[in-house]
Design a protein around this ligand. Structure first.
Ligand code: HDE
Length: 752
């Protein structure tokens, strides 16, 4: 019944001392602070999906709802209500005994609203707390059938996915660009049940046995006395642990390399790390490692950029992912596998495949692409989807099985356990984002947050009351079957195999595979991180580990710390480099790269619009930077400003094109900066931006006539990657070509 149709006797009666209000008054009158806003407003739908942003199928082929379709929105009708559906006439004033009197305990709406708010937070993930996610689709190439019978890998099969990227150490509110490993967790909603590939952007792990996981995380998290530092490894407990447990050397070296500072989630590799066992239709087994290869290549921030972004834009990575998807620049990765014969010793070319601190160089076992992942829709609600998604390496499908990697075995226990406390009970699989797209018929009943209404009486099988159902799958029904591998007969021991004992050869291979500039970054990272430790003994132990990797790595770090370089305590044997480990030396599509166009109202705005158009049609993101916000020009030929001198900073841009002057802005800052006195003087913020962009190896260009702007900012116009002197189109072309290599590496002097 509509409130306006209420019979007179049903209308609210006026509390004592107040004028009686008609139903209409209640809706638009004294109950609201701003009388010009009539309530209720029209029913408010969530913001409509932008083009290209339609969520992928919200109903699985089996008819089971998934994702956040309207049927799961939990918002209906045009009236504001309580959680019980009672309409509300006011939500801004507590029920009081008189306008200045005490608040009454009987105000259910007040208590419900505050109580719900009090419980809005759930425990953050104990690791990987900060993350960002997206929906997408995975398409199999069909070439993996020889090694696995997994249905979602068959040719042309399209499987909805949800992917969550994360940092490891920081809290949910920490910065995106910290030096850390990144999580890369993919949920495949396959017709055969859910498959979770819960990986990282680094192919090796800190430890070899799950029993040490609490220890390494305690060491990496903020120190327990003062809870310092947040989301950083540069502190004593971390370095204490990784130098006492030298199996951590390989992963730590990757963290200290550019891999610890991704430019974007879209530009990261992903790795399943562990060796898995694939099973084909005939029951034949093959060992395999999973890889995600980004179409945009693997690229990183520089340390200084990462630090600046921590303050300028702590959401840099999640914003980048969401913006790219919203703009229709859908990020893509190929899923690939390295395969190895399933021999009893489970080694390949002398590398123990059960040791998760090892990788197998791609030169020895090429990564074979088996499918394509496209992320094409942003989540509708962060909490419902990104926060509540529950991954588990034990969510497997027929054709993909586990091995005895002792790290993986521990994970198979941990992930189920952690969801129970994080998501408040054992029914987290019923949360929309976690619902499988395959039919579910289990014997799991009751428990906290049970939302299913189970029919029948016999929650057991076989039974004679509910028709004996459900049935067990037979051999022809494609059930999940654990590969019946032989478990070696052995005594119970708490030991690692001898083949887990070499902690330095693989790190040495990584170090020797790096280009000079990548090595320089690694040296700088160790010098910074060990330099931030207080304990002399930890710094010295850190140097010992580096000497055992390679004295060439140890010497410059020791020099930076002002300490003597120790002699190695292990033989420094040669190891073949693996060129695939370096991020440099190739070129990649420049799609989605951000180009700042620095301009002003006096510039040739028609030409500026032309540049915008050309960049957009090449799949790049042009952002107009001008002295103040608003619009440049008037009439038909206007240009909208996306960044003002007050909001633009260099790390956001992959390249800068000066198409105008960089003269002092006349906003408050520009006007009062003493160094910018006089008409035409360069604005210090633009000088800083161009200087940083130059130092960070960004491609820089100046539009014909705007070269002086670069000179004013002190940029040597004949330096590599500074493009001037051609036509506008030529300059743009050259900038775009430079972007295919991510940075102008020639601008960095070669390391000694
Ligand atoms: Fe995890 N890890 N992990 N981890 N991990 C979790 O699960 C754990 C490991 C990884 O976006 C937790 O739901 C143990 C390796 C990712 O939701 C927890 C061990 C790799 C994510 C957990 C490891 C990972 C997690 C925390 C050692 C790469 C985020 C909350 C045996 C292959 C998933 C949660 C997401 C999350 C335990 C080691 C990747 C506590 C015990 C190796 C990407 O269950």
């Amino acid at each position: 019944q509509d409130r306006n149709d209420m019979p007179d006797e049903g209308k609210p009666t006026a509390p004592q001392g107040q004028e009686a209000r008609s139903a209409g008054d209640v809706l638009s009158g004294p109950g609201v602070d701003n009388p010009s806003v009539a309530e209720p407003t029209e029913p408010r739908e969530p913001a409509p999906a932008k083009p290209d942003q339609e969520a992928p199928a919200t109903v699985s082929p089996t008819g089971r709802p998934s994702g956040a379709g309207p049927e799961l929105r939990e918002q209906d009708g045009e009236w504001l209500t309580t959680a019980q559906g009672n309409r509300l006439y006011d939500t801004d004033h507590s029920l009081k005994s008189g306008a200045r009197g005490p608040v009454l305990l009987q105000d259910h709406h007040l208590r419900e609203k505050i109580t719900h708010f009090d419980h809005e937070r759930i425990p953050e993930r104990v690791v990987h707390a900060r993350g960002a996610a997206a929906h997408g689709v995975f398409e199999g190439y069909g070439n993996a059938a020889e090694v696995t019978r997994a249905g979602f890998l068959k040719a042309g099969v399209e499987t909805p996915v949800f992917v969550r990227f994360s940092t490891v150490l920081g809290s949910r509110g920490s910065a995106d660009t910290v030096r850390d490993t990144r999580g890369f967790a993919t949920k495949f909603y396959t017709d055969e049940g859910t498959f979770d590939l819960v990986g990282n952007n680094i192919p090796v792990f800190f430890i070899q046995d799950a029993i040490k996981f609490p220890d390494v995380i305690h060491a990496g998290k903020p120190q327990p006395d003062r809870e310092i530092p947040q989301a950083q490894s540069a502190h004593d407990t971390f370095w204490d642990f990784v130098t006492l447990h030298t199996e951590a050397t390989h992963h730590t070296l990757w963290n200290m390399s550019d891999r610890g500072l991704p430019r974007s989630f879209r530009m990261m590799e992903g790795f399943g790390i562990h060796t898995f066992r694939l099973v084909n239709a005939e029951g034949g087994t093959t060992l395999a490692k999973f890889h995600w290869k980004p179409k945009l290549g693997v690229h990183s921030l520089l340390w200084e950029e990462a630090q600046l972004l921590g303050g300028l834009d702590p959401d840099f990575h999640r914003r980048d992912l969401a913006d790219a998807i919203e703009a229709g620049a859908f990020p893509q990765w190929e899923l690939g596998i390295q395969t190895f014969p399933d021999t009893p010793d489970q080694t390949f070319e002398g590398i123990d495949l059960l040791d998760p601190t090892n990788l197998v160089p791609e030169e020895l076992a090429p990564v074979q692409p088996i499918g394509l992942l496209t992320l094409n829709a942003n989540p509708t609600n962060y909490f419902a989807e990104t926060e509540q998604v529950a991954f588990h390496p034990g969510h497997l499908v027929p054709g993909i099985d586990v091995t005895d990697d002792p790290l993986l075995t521990g994970r198979l226990f941990s992930y189920l356990d952690t969801q129970i406390s994080r998501l408040g009970g054992p029914n987290f699989a019923q949360i929309p984002i976690n619902r499988t797209h395959a039919p579910v018929n289990d014997m799991l009943r009751d428990g906290m947050h049970q939302t299913a209404v189970h029919a029948g009486v016999a929650a057991y099988r076989p039974n004679s009351l509910d028709g004996g159902c459900p049935f067990l799958a037979g051999a022809d029904d494609n059930p999940y079957v654990e590969a019946p591998v032989t478990v070696p007969e052995a005594s119970k021991v708490r030991e690692a195999p001898e083949t887990f004992a070499d902690h330095f050869t693989q790190p040495r291979r990584f170090w020797r595979s790096m280009s000079p500039v990548e090595r320089e970054h690694i040296v700088a990272a160790y010098t910074f991180e060990l330099g931030k430790c207080y304990e002399q003994a930890i710094k010295e132990r850190g140097l010992q580990v580096l000497a055992n990797i390679d004295p060439d790595l140890c010497a410059p770090v020791a020099a930076g710390l002002g300490l003597p370089a120790p002699e190695p305590t292990v033989p420094i044997e040669d190891v073949d480099p693996s060129p695939a480990l370096s991020q440099l030396g190739d070129s990649w599509p420049p799609e989605g790269r951000v180009v700042g166009i620095v301009t002003d109202a006096d510039a040739d705005l028609d030409a500026v619009r032309g540049v915008q158009r050309d960049l957009l049609s090449a799949g790049l993101v042009p952002l107009i930077v001008a002295p103040t916000g608003g619009t440049l020009g008037d009439g038909d030929g206007t240009v909208d400003v996306q960044r003002s001198y007050a909001t633009a900073r260099s790390p956001e841009f992959d390249a800068l094109l000066v198409a105008g002057s960089v003269a002092r802005g006349d906003d408050a800052y520009g006007a009062r900066d003493a160094r910018a006195a006089g008409d035409g003087a360069a604005d210090p913020r633009m000088v800083l931006m161009l200087d940083e962009a130059f130092r960070h190896g960004k491609a820089l260009g100046a539009w014909p006539g705007a070269e002086d702007a670069l000179r004013t900012a002190g940029i040597p116009v004949d330096a590599p990657g500074v493009v001037t002197g051609g036509s506008g189109a030529e300059i743009l072309d050259e900038l775009t070509t430079l972007l295919t290599e991510h940075r102008v590496w020639d601008r960095f002097p070669p390391a000694q």
